[in-house]
Design a protein around this ligand. Sequence first.
Ligand SMILES: [Zn+2]
Length: 422
Amino acid sequence: MYSLAFSILFVSFIILTLIVRFWLASRQIRHVLSHRSAVPAEFAEKIPLAAHQKAADYTIARTKLGLVSLLISTGVLIAFTLLGGLQWLSLHVFQLTGPGMVYQLALLAAFTVISGLIDLPLDYYKQFNLEQRFGFNKMTPGLFFADMLKGALLAAVIGLPLIWLVLTLMEKSGALWWFYAWAVWSGFQLLMMVLYPTVIAPLFNKFTPLEDAALKQRIEGLMERVGFASKGLFVMDGSKRSAHGNAYFSGFGANKRIVFFDTLLSRLQPQEIEAVLAHELGHFKLKHIIKRIVMMFALSLAFLALLGYLKNQLWFYTGLGVDPLLLPGQGNDAMALLLFMLVLPVFTFLFGPLTSLSSRKHEFEADAFAAKHAQAADLVSALVKMYEDNASTLTPDPLHSAFYDSHPPASVRIRHLQAAAA
Ligand SMILES: [Zn+2]
């Protein structure tokens, strides 16, 4: 009975999500198309019509591809759950491995490989057709597959021991396993924040200390003004893969580093780089990064507590097309993890705007910080260049943007910055 009710709830959320996402996408496409013929007045002197139209076409092409990807992933989700895909997979893996931890790890690995292979054609198409068409792709197919292999290897080396630890806790540490698992998971997240910039990212990109002496001096002056100590300023060879430009900030504690994509450095003036960096430092100084980490930890604690409950409910499995009694005595911990990770996004999607809302609030605050410690006008001109170079639309549908975008629309940000400058 509960099982059927849960299946119905699950399907209802899938349908609701599909309707909302198609509706938002159609609004976005219509809105961008209706503004395609003219650059918005406030940008008319800064962005040529051709660039504006390229951004419109790129946005529409990406939105359409997103819908294709949504349809595929929804079909795959239903096939794995209600149509019995996971049940089938677990029986076959069990025949190969026999009982025990090996079975559980193999089930998770098999699932990961299969879903990776299903995603592969669209990922490839996105890089070598969509990105290529708009001049953003700088990858060769060789690099694409090398990245994929490296990523898979890394996931195995890091992921398997972590999963092994979590599964062991689930099996042996009693009713509060989810709390211990949370502690392990949080510790792992913190460790990755230290290891990512220094160990993992360099496996994929080259990081060289910023050479340009004048620029370095300018940036060090800014860091001193706002009271920020960092281990270093690095330039990343982002142009190896994509023409999209960016700057980011990674690590924490003594490990902090600031990373500029070479694609960004080559396009911005020194004072614009300073303004972009002031914005990034704003996120740090206003404790946005810590707040985000605390939020993430609190959420994962709540979700793991929920999984602690669901794991012992028969309807959670049967309602999602898995009969846990088919492999009696084998423990269904890996299956519980898999089902949970698969269906959680279906139930949380509609909360997306809340995340966007808090993220936008932080963006406005970081912009205000930048306006105070650098020149607002420099940040505006840097933003305009970045929008143009990344072919980001200047005219998103307001609802679509409120739902998905972590950053406020360009025109709104710029209006705020100009008000701060005045
Ligand atoms: Zn920001």
